[in-house]
Design a protein around this ligand. Structure first.
Ligand SMILES: *Cc1c(COP(=O)(O)O)cnc(C)c1O
Length: 398
């Protein structure tokens, strides 16, 4: 039996079947991963938007090693330097003048945002309602599943926490209609990820901000997937020049280690008070050191510019495929967060790409989703695009 078969057999026996992997990964470097047989693949998933600086970036690896050798955990009863410096850095990058709270995942960061909004709302008119967008995605805890207005991830989990209502993304009238006198916040992704790689329109982002100002609501941006340079800005909302009150981060924040963050503006910086919210591992020094190193790499290697530049090239290449193959309908997205809308099952295309050596993702609404590391270079992109073309030609060529 091969190593892959051996591991997958044990996986099926001992891991709950929430996922159905067919590849075992054993190492990675930059944009390339290797499976358990040593076969190299281009990773255009970044581990679902996690490895924005690529696999095992030497600076991130070094930061993890150094921190692991001095302090692996501090608890939140005691401060640690990496987490404190990271909070300062995120507040600075956001330009919102607020504060940060650390946790371990995207769902947990969104839980924190929801709890903060409710805590403020309870003291400001007894409000608790959160309006979220259809086709949005906010995580898998009960509250974030309730926030995710999609039946497929809610089924079987009733009763869900109440207080969530749903509006159509990019439709301001629908958002206005969902707001009532119990509403305290509007939560959205500036670029929807799992829901289909759909960017908000400029008017929509501005409209949501204006509505929040008018009705005294918090605007919460979920930047878990679109954050940390993915779209060519540190945070996707910055690309719209619209400032949220709160935003959340996770996936790529710590360059591959689990970490989540909630960042506020000045107005909401002290809504949480001592012991009103907590997370044992939040601000873990190793994760925080990895995050600081990740941010330095993004700065030093000009990865925001690269995401814009190489993202435009990938978009152009994908548009070329849309022009060439009838079954491909549209390309959308921002920076290196791109979706290819297909007439058919996107999973079949993802399988064909895998057979050619390129890993990609699906998203809802028949979308093949590409989230390559932001360190992607033009030469590698050209090579990967040839592989993508070969896969598409196998499927759709005459
Ligand atoms: C992945 C994702 C989440 C959930 O993050 P987890 O770390 O899996 O809990 C939340 N929001 C968005 C936009 C995401 O893409």
């Amino acid at each position: 039996m091969s190593k892959t078969q051996d591991t997958l057999k044990k996986y099926q026996s001992f891991m709950m079947p929430t996922y159905t992997p067919s590849i075992v990964l054993s190492s990675g470097k930059g944009v390339t991963v290797r499976d358990a047989e040593g076969l190299a693949l281009y990773d255009f998933t970044s581990g679902i938007g996690v490895l924005n600086v690529g696999h095992c970036h030497p600076k991130v690896v070094k930061a993890i090693q150094d921190q692991a050798a001095s302090l692996t955990h501090a608890s939140n009863l005691f401060a640690n330097e990496p987490a404190t410096l990271l909070a300062e850095k995120l507040v600075e990058l956001s330009g919102l003048g607020g504060k940060a709270f650390f946790c371990n995942s995207g769902a947990e960061a969104n839980e924190a945002a929801i709890k903060l909004a409710r805590k403020w709302g309870s003291a400001n008119g007894g409000r608790y309602g959160i309006v979220t967008m259809r086709n949005g995605f906010h995580g898998r805890t009960l509250a974030t599943v309730a926030a995710t207005g999609q039946a497929w991830c809610q089924e079987g989990y009733d009763p869900l926490p109440y207080g969530f209502s749903y509006a159509d993304f990019n439709d301001l009238e629908s958002v206005k209609a969902a707001v009532d006198d119990k509403t305290v916040a509007i939560m959205l992704e500036a670029v929807q990820g799992e829901g289909g790689v759909t960017p908000a329109t400029q008017e929509f982002m501005e409209g949501v901000r204006a509505l929040c100002d008018e009705k005294n609501l918090l605007m919460i941006c979920d930047e878990v997937q679109s954050g940390m340079g993915r779209t060519g800005d540190w945070f996707a909302w910055q690309g719209y020049g619209v400032k949220p009150d709160l935003f959340t981060l996770a996936k790529s924040l710590a360059g591959g280690l689990p970490m989540g963050a909630l960042v506020s503006n000045a107005k909401f910086a002290d809504v949480f008070t001592p012991s009103s919210h907590a997370s044992t591992f939040g601000g873990n020094p190793i994760a925080a050191a990895a995050a600081l190193a990740t941010i330095s790499v993004i700065e030093e290697e000009h990865l925001l510019d690269n995401a814009k530049k190489v993202g435009a090239l990938l978009k152009e290449a994908l548009q070329g495929f849309v022009d060439k193959y009838d079954k491909l309908l549209e390309v959308r997205g921002k920076g290196l967060m791109l979706g290819l809308v297909v007439d058919g099952d996107p999973a079949e295309i993802v399988d064909a790409l895998k057979a050619q050596g390129v890993l990609a993702l699906t998203a809802r609404g028949n979308v093949v989703r590409f989230l390559p590391p932001l360190v992607l270079k033009e030469g590698t992109l050209d090579e990967a695009c040839e592989m993508i073309d070969d896969a598409l030609d196998c499927m759709f060529g005459e």
